[in-house]
Design a protein around this ligand. Structure first.
Ligand SMILES: NC(=O)c1ccc[n+]([C@@H]2O[C@H](COP(=O)([O-])OP(=O)(O)OC[C@H]3O[C@@H](n4cnc5c(N)ncnc54)[C@H](OP(=O)(O)O)[C@@H]3O)[C@@H](O)[C@H]2O)c1
Length: 275
């Protein structure tokens, strides 16, 4: 699966840089959306137990006729399943819904620090990896303090940290901690859930280059060393987003996007999110 459009994680496995996300895609629409994405050339699908659409992702994967090893599948452990004994049944249930015998990446969805279970959950994920139920393991929405607590255990480090990251919320402290620890940073809501597409400075760059604001934002993420999981249910946008991998921006345009940081958070704050 290694090519110019992939990165290698700290466990040696390759991961395609642009993933197709299905958060908020209703179960009934998910099969078509994922099928369109796979036909367009995506080889990385990002779902989660809490999205309630893993079964539809599994049907689209089966329909595609693609070899299992040619598609990178991520799912996530929901907060209420954290703990040494509940992680295994949670992953087994996800695999059953997906119709797979392993996923490529299993993430702890949120640290939910008030539960104080993410450390033992991380230890459980390492066992699941050793048994082959998931090739790689990682985390999502982890702040530097959560990453350091896991690093201090001295065992495996997360392969990546999937966090909210877009031009108006750049999470530089998290990116720095990820980089120091050799953990890849993957942006969720890479387009600011659509809101950052309206920024005039991004539109100006897109117009000058004859491309779209979405492609400019996604190309910026990739140029800054991040992976992305972008979502669309619109076939033309699904294709447009994937071809951002071929867009190379000049350093001055990258700097323009870097300067758009504004602390605009779309999702919950990991410090307080306990759902
Ligand atoms: N780990 C976590 O806690 C977490 C949390 C949230 C999301 N995620 C992951 O990240 C993925 C993406 O995040 P997201 O869905 O919140 O936000 P996003 O990908 O930044 O934005 C999606 C929105 O942008 C629109 N859009 C997509 N491509 C476009 C284009 N080329 N031109 C114009 N509009 C475009 C989509 O509209 P249409 O669909 O109508 O085309 C949709 O409204 C999720 O699906 C999920 O896999 C993870």
């Amino acid at each position: 699966m290694t090519d110019l459009h992939s990165l290698t994680m700290n466990d040696g496995h390759a991961i395609p840089r642009i993933g197709f996300g299905v958060f908020l895609v209703p179960e009934a629409q998910t099969r078509d959306a994922v099928s369109t994405a796979l036909e367009a050339g995506y080889r990385h699908i990002d779902t989660a137990a809490i999205y309630h659409n893993e079964a539809a992702v599994g049907r689209a994967l089966a329909d595609s006729g693609l070899d299992r090893d040619d598609v990178f599948v991520t799912t996530k452990l929901w907060n209420s399943d954290q703990g040494r004994d509940s992680a295994r049944p949670a992953l087994e249930a996800s695999l059953e819904r997906l119709g797979l015998d392993h996923v490529d990446l299993y993430l702890i969805h949120w640290p939910t620090p008030r539960r104080d279970l993410y450390v033992q959950t991380w230890e459980a994920l390492q066992e699941l990896q050793q048994e082959g139920l998931t090739r790689s393991i990682g985390v999502s929405n982890f702040l530097p303090e959560h990453l350091h607590r896991i690093a201090d255990l001295g065992g495996a480090l997360p392969a990546l940290n999937q966090v909210e990251l877009h031009p108006t919320l750049q999470q530089r402290d998290i990116q720095e901690a990820d980089t120091q620890l050799g953990i890849l940073t993957q942006a969720w809501s890479p387009l600011g859930r659509g809101a950052d597409l309206e920024i005039p400075a991004i539109d100006l760059i897109a117009t000058r280059l004859g491309t779209s604001p979405a492609q400019v934002i996604l190309a910026w993420h990739l140029a800054r060393g991040r992976l992305v999981v972008a979502k669309s249910v619109t076939p033309s946008r699904i294709r447009e987003n994937l071809s951002a991998a071929d867009l190379v921006l000049e350093e001055s345009d990258l700097d323009t996007l870097d300067a758009l940081e504004a602390g605009v958070r779309i999702g919950p704050d990991p410090t307080t999110f306990t759902e």
